[in-house]
Design a protein around this ligand. Structure first.
Ligand code: NOJ
Length: 609
């Protein structure tokens, strides 16, 4: 019989051992291994019943996020804004839109997050401001020093006396020319996005200083970093040259992809500004000297070389969107094969700098939801793969429970990118379907709001597809997600070597291995038929039996069972996380408790014998 005292001793040893594991992990900075959970404030949680999400709503859910294992949240814009582009049109960078709360609410959010060990990353939208921003009004009126804060041009006067924009540049939002005439100023201003989102002039040192001031403002309020919006659009060609036709099918002359964007996107000058912000944040870190490395995540849809170049200019995490759109900009969907998955992983790993931190993004507010693109039978596959690959994973709120796109009629459409098209084409452009309220439970408005009318409609599938139901179920996307989040905290998930394979054309598999640690193995049948395969080459050790740590919802393979490595049969869409049979991973629960309880059982059997 083991005594209580010896039990305590064992727990202590267990904690010390668990502590050792944590010390090894802490060699990496938080931003190298974190999961960035993107919260879209409009649709996350409404605290005051007006049908729109808000900051207090987010604060009320932080404990839940903590329980899910989230250590970093990225908040999409909640700043003062006329909300033409859901807050990506800021009219005051250093204040909160009253629709979402107050600065005090923000401070409370950060304070509560800190208590729970959650870091807060903010969205910074540097490329453009709302035309309602004070700077724009003063610039339009030619008031110094704001006169050249924006990209102004008097246009071209034709022989017949008509004036036209300086060139053929098009708005990203498919509304035709990127130039808008101002009667007041008697000049055109550039708007790469919506007409009420005016592009700032990044050649102006005063503008650069303003950007640094904004960064400092929120750093002072306790945030851990920034997601930089629309990084490729900061600079444009100084000679205002026309862009060539893209030659792509299916686009009208008003559509953005009608042209090839040589002179308005991905200019090398953009990178120097990124470096300037990195230096600014680093200086801030040195000044504050509190041990926290504040980080910068950059948003750039571009070719792989231009994306990874952000690493060289100080972005710790240039978002990897290649699990959303392939290298040709085509959405990855149900047609993806195991080789496509491997190629997507390899492309990033082979192109990022040796000291870079890999990262994987599966969804966001700008793209159709992962469960809709890849199919709901792929939710676990994607989460197992992307959460157990090395580096950072970005999760868009709702993807952890497999939320799908919501049908939005033309009349209900709010997204400017779709509103500028027509009732026949808007669905190809609209981002509203992925922005509908979070599905918390099966009550009114899916528990998002007490109001039965919400800013965008709730998906009708909320009665069955919601967090509460998934928490209650024995097995669910959410429970699997939560379990993988625990696995992410292990040393092997943080530091293990990655080896990946395609087996029998339809299985994508990879292992994470580290000397002295149990490996993690992910195997996913990417095909529509059952397949039996030999996984001998998957691991360097020769352990013949593998333990199942996790299996997909609906799988016939039970968690806790062991399977023979040389012959595993995978049903269509099966996804498994495995380890070798000696492993302690199976004593589920939090990894630290897990190691303690495993240790207790080892000692218990020793004392009992
Ligand atoms: C990227 C943001 O993610 C998107 O939602 C927004 O419309 C554009 N930038 C313009 O700010």
């Amino acid at each position: 019989m083991m005594t209580v005292a010896s039990g305590r001793l064992i727990v202590t040893i267990g904690i010390i051992i668990a502590g050792l594991a944590i010390r090894v992990d802490s060699e990496k900075q938080w931003w190298q291994t974190t999961t960035l959970y993107q919260i879209y404030p409009q649709s996350f949680k409404d605290s005051d019943g007006n049908g729109l999400g808000d900051l207090n709503g987010i604060t009320s859910k932080l404990e839940h996020l903590n329980d899910m294992g989230i250590e970093t949240v990225w908040l999409s814009p909640f700043f003062k804004s006329p909300e033409v582009d859901n807050g990506y049109d800021v009219s005051d960078y250093i204040d909160v839109n009253p629709k979402y709360g107050t600065l005090e609410d923000f401070d409370n959010l950060v304070a509560r997050a800190k208590e729970l060990g959650i870091k807060v990353v903010l969205d910074y939208v540097p490329n453009h401001t709302s035309t309602e921003h004070e700077w724009f009004k003063l610039s339009e009126a030619r008031v110094a020093p704001y006169t050249d804060y924006y990209v102004w041009h008097e246009g071209i006067l034709d022989a017949n006396g008509t004036r036209r924009p300086p060139n053929n540049w098009l708005s990203v939002f498919n509304s035709g020319s990127a130039w808008q005439w101002s009667d007041k100023r008697q000049a055109y201003y550039l708007h790469q996005f919506e007409v009420r989102q005016a592009d700032l002039n990044f050649t102006n040192p005063d503008v650069l200083q303003e950007t640094r001031n904004i960064l400092t403002f929120w750093l002072d309020r306790g945030i851990a970093g920034y997601r930089i919006d629309s990084a490729p659009y900061l600079f444009e060609d100084a000679d205002f040259r026309d862009e060539p036709l893209s030659g792509l099918d299916g686009y009208t002359s008003n559509d953005y992809y009608y042209l090839k964007h040589l002179y308005t996107k991905d200019l090398i000058e953009n990178y120097n500004v990124i470096q300037m912000w990195r230096d600014h944040i680093d200086n801030y870190n040195s000044k504050v000297n509190d041990g926290l490395q504040r980080a910068m995540f950059t948003e750039a849809y571009a070719n792989i070389s231009m994306v990874v170049l952000y690493y060289d200019y100080g972005s710790q995490i240039p978002f990897n969107f290649f699990f959303i759109k392939d290298k040709d900009g085509v959405n990855l969907d149900t047609k993806v094969t195991a080789s496509d998955v491997k190629n997507t992983v390899d492309m990033w790993m082979n192109n990022m700098p040796v000291n870079g931190t890999a990262n994987w993004v599966i969804g966001n507010h700008d793209n159709s939801r992962a469960a809709t693109r890849y199919g709901t039978n792929r939710v676990d596959s994607l989460n197992f793969i992307l959460l157990l690959l090395p580096g950072v994973m970005t999760v868009y709120n709702g993807d952890e429970i497999g939320m799908t796109d919501t049908y939005i009629s033309w009349e209900e459409t709010q997204d400017p990118q779709a509103c500028s098209t027509d009732p026949d084409r808007y669905q190809a452009f609209s981002r509203d379907p992925e922005r509908t309220p979070f599905q918390w439970d099966d009550s009114t408005s899916a528990g998002f709001s007490t109001n039965s009318t919400t800013f965008l409609p709730v998906n009708t599938n909320y009665r069955t597809l919601n967090l509460a139901a998934q928490k209650a179920a024995d097995k669910s996307y959410y429970k699997n997600f939560q379990a993988v989040m625990r696995l992410r905290n292990t040393t092997v998930a943080k530091n293990g070597n990655l080896t990946s394979f395609v087996i029998k054309n339809q299985i994508f598999a990879f292992s994470r291995e580290l000397e002295g640690h149990d490996p993690l193995i992910v195997v996913v049948n990417w095909g529509n038929t059952s397949v039996q395969a030999n996984f001998d080459k998957l691991l360097f050790n020769d352990n013949q039996r593998l333990k199942v740590i996790l299996s997909n919802v609906g799988s016939n393979i039970e968690v806790g069972s062991t399977i023979l490595r040389s012959s595993i049969t995978l049903a269509p869409h099966a996804a498994l996380v495995l380890t070798t049979s000696s492993s302690g991973f199976l004593c589920s629960g939090s990894m630290i408790l897990l190691q303690v309880s495993c240790l207790i059982s080892v000692f218990r059997s020793f004392f009992n014998s």
